[in-house]
Design a protein around this ligand. Sequence first.
Ligand SMILES: C[S@@+](CC[C@H](N)C(=O)[O-])C[C@H]1O[C@@H](n2cnc3c(N)ncnc32)[C@H](O)[C@@H]1O
Length: 248
Amino acid sequence: MGMSHTSGESASRGPYGIPRINVTTLARIASSPSTWSEILGFHGELASDDYVRYADGFYRDNIRRYGDDWHYLDIVNVLYATSKALQPKTYLEVGVRRGRSACAVARGCPTVDIVAVDMWQKNYAGMENPGPELVTSELLKQGHRGGLAFANGNSHVLLPQLFQRRPQLRFDLITVDGDHSPDGAYRDLCDVAPQLEAGGVLVFDDISHPAHPYLLTVWRKFVAEHSYLSSFEYVEQGYGVAFAVRTQ
Ligand SMILES: C[S@@+](CC[C@H](N)C(=O)[O-])C[C@H]1O[C@@H](n2cnc3c(N)ncnc32)[C@H](O)[C@@H]1O
């Protein structure tokens, strides 16, 4: 019988606590050959833009060269693997753009309820950023059948408003990939952290992006101030990604 990647919440609590998934295990699953083969089956279809085409070629080239030994993490394989392993009921994404990362989550767990926050900045990263209609059709194309709610506007206004109105709102999986300024990214992280479910995962993109060299420092400061988070950083290749499991 194959091993399951689920978090095993039914096991009883011993001295090490509930056997929740840990960040190193998530990193392994994300970069495993079976995960890559699943991702390559759908990645090329995502929001077909220049960056997706480039990333698709990059994945295939590295796998051709290094086979099963290629170790690499980015927002797509981390989100896909996490979503598949956790089977989240609820997902909050801050910074959606054309839906590539949201589709990775939906592919891992088609029934997930998604709250998608974006101000749809025009021509973001040199490509059209049309908004909810495109993202909805991308998600449907990828088989998403959970709930989908858009919050259109500035996350620094919308997130505090939402959590003030619904303080009990919890998410099993959260991505912060919106405002990339040092203060803005830090504020988004601090705003969403209290809403992360215990055992849930928070993903933060671009920690080694050359245009945003301060984001790794932002992440480290944020994690140091939130002792209930166990963090993993990947900065070796590409734009880098960080993620954390909420341990309590
Ligand atoms: C890097 S893109 C998101 C990419 C997406 N997560 C993916 O991997 O496909 C950043 C997005 O955040 C949005 N954004 C930037 N600042 C924002 C803010 N303060 N509030 C809401 N959205 C914001 C932009 O409009 C853009 O669509």
